[in-house]
Design a protein around this ligand. Structure first.
Ligand code: HEM
Length: 468
């Protein structure tokens, strides 16, 4: 989906009684029980039973589940200005504060303008040596025949890559501490999501105390990086330097330390785990579909002939790109996108009151049989012949859409393609027998209990010039 900013138009409001259909709920709690148990199955079921726009209630909170692509396009793109991020994202605000993911309005726009150039393809290209070096370091530890959790490996790999590309830091220490703190915050976030009443930040509940400690730890680490960089005056090739030196075209100001802190943490949180999950799901699916994996092996052998991949190789690594698109279709790492109506409005012909939360679950929409034949099948070949361009906007949006589209999508696609290519040149996986993989629905969609796989060397890997 591409971005566009159109002015909000004034529209006639439908009658207040014109609300979308939905299942009957408990008189007090509404649909909390169904939602708490297994959000995805619940949303799939209500979309099947009631259609593309469904009204629910979580106690006092009005919630619409929107799975109709034209309405998703309206919310994310054409009338994006009439919506803001939803309440659940604000539950994270104590940690991310005013970073790109959670900020709004003119402040967000300025920060986005400042940060955007750092994510331009030409800048991402300078991180390629880091993607390659860290992947090769990981592969040097793999032993043929051993069982490994691929999720664990991809998490550490993307953490090291994020640490280096963000802060120029190499040791595991800082990255592990940031990751550990963000893990605690994600657990607390999920707990808060299922709670009906939120305690204010100043009440010393165990959850609030935990978050306060996380914030202290994160601040110590990130402000240290910022201070050292400012003191040294060094202009490095990492994201921190690029953000620190970015100057606003309009008012010629730069980011303050607090803004830098918020953006660095946001980028770490938004980019590291999502990328690891997409890579892990892709390897899981490839291990289960040897014919799709074989096409990737043939492709890397033909295109790279044992060389380390470069930016110029990317357009020719089509099988890898299609496998990634297909894996993010079935298991989108960010699996629900949310917005909130900022005023009473008409939406999809219904009356949508101010404050309504609009949830657009990619994990449901991406399996709509109207757009994806055999929607539950992993079939990367469907992406051939520019299939994506023929899809309606709003039918496939793993990176979101409109003005708030993921700023790191090019970064992620380049990183993931290179990592997949480097691994595929040398190894394949078979899933450990008897270990079933299911989905764990946190803030992101994780494979549970991970991706337990056995490492198998590819017969022709000996011809590789990769070493390591
Ligand atoms: C496969 C990997 C990734 C996926 C699936 C993903 C998904 C998303 C989605 C769906 C959004 C939109 C959220 C919304 O509209 O509410 C988003 C926003 C964002 N992503 Fe990503 N992301 C990925 C990788 C990355 C990377 C690598 C970075 C940074 C290095 C990053 C940084 C961000 C930021 C800063 C935002 C907020 C943008 C804004 O609102 O202006 N993401 N991402």
């Amino acid at each position: 989906m591409t971005s566009s900013r159109q002015p909000a138009e004034s529209r006639a409001l439908p009658a207040r009684t014109q609300t979308p259909p939905g299942p009957p709920g408990h008189w007090l709690w509404g649909h909390v029980t169904g939602f708490r148990k297994d959000r995805l199955t619940f949303m799939r079921q209500v979309a099947k039973d009631y259609g593309g726009v469904v009204a629910l209630r979580l106690a006092h909170r009005r919630l619409w589940i929107v799975t109709e692509p034209t309405v998703i396009e309206t919310v994310l793109i054409t009338r994006a200005r009439e919506f803001r991020k939803h309440f659940a994202l604000r539950l994270n605000q104590g940690i991310l504060n005013n970073g790109l993911l959670t900020s709004e309005g003119d402040f967000w726009l300025r920060q986005r303008r400042l940060a955007q150039p750092a994510f331009h393809r030409s800048h991402v290209a300078t991180y390629i040596p880091t993607f390659v070096e860290h992947t090769m370091r990981l592969l040097a530890h793999w032993k043929v025949g051993e069982n490994r959790d691929i999720l664990d490996d991809m998490m550490s790999l993307t953490m090291r890559i994020a640490s280096r590309t963000l802060f120029g830091a190499d040791g595991d220490n800082h990255a592990q501490r940031v990751r550990g703190a963000l893990d605690v915050s994600q657990e607390e976030f999920v707990r808060r999501l299922s709670r009906l009443i939120q305690m204010p930040k100043w009440v010393p509940t165990p959850g609030n105390r935990k978050i306060a400690k996380v914030v202290r730890d994160l601040d110590t680490i990130i402000y240290d990086f910022i201070r050292q960089r400012r003191a040294s005056g060094e202009q490095r090739d990492d994201l921190l330097s690029r953000l620190l030196h970015a100057r606003d075209d309009m008012d010629h100001t730069r980011m303050t330390d607090q803004q830098l802190r918020d953006e660095c943490l946001t980028i770490f949180l938004a980019g590291q785990e999502t990328t690891a999950l997409a890579l892990s799901w892709t390897w899981y699916l490839l291990a289960e579909h040897p014919e799709a994996a074989a096409r990737i092996y043939a492709e890397v052998d033909e295109v790279l002939n044992g060389r380390v991949p470069t930016l110029d190789d990317l357009p020719r690594l089509q099988e890898i790109e299609h496998a990634l698109l297909e894996s993010m279709r079935l298991y989108p790492p960010a699996f629900i996108l949310g917005r909130e109506a900022t005023a009473d409005m008409e939406l999809a012909g219904y009356f949508c009151p101010k404050g309504t939360t609009i949830l657009m679950p990619q994990a449901v929409v991406h399996r709509d049989p109207r757009y994806f034949a055999n929607p539950d099948n992993f079939d990367p070949t469907r992406w051939r012949n520019e299939f994506e361009k023929r899809l309606p906007k709003g039918a496939y949006f793993p990176f979101g859409g409109g003005p708030r589209i993921c700023i790191g999508n090019t970064f992620a696609m380049i990183e993931m393609t290179l990592v997949l290519a480097l691994i595929a040149q040398r190894f394949r996986f078979t899933m450990v027998p008897g270990r079933t993989v299911t989905t764990n629905q946190l803030f992101t969609l994780r494979p549970s209990p991970g991706v337990p796989a056995t490492i198998v060397i590819r017969p022709n890997a000996g011809q590789s010039h990769l070493g390591g």
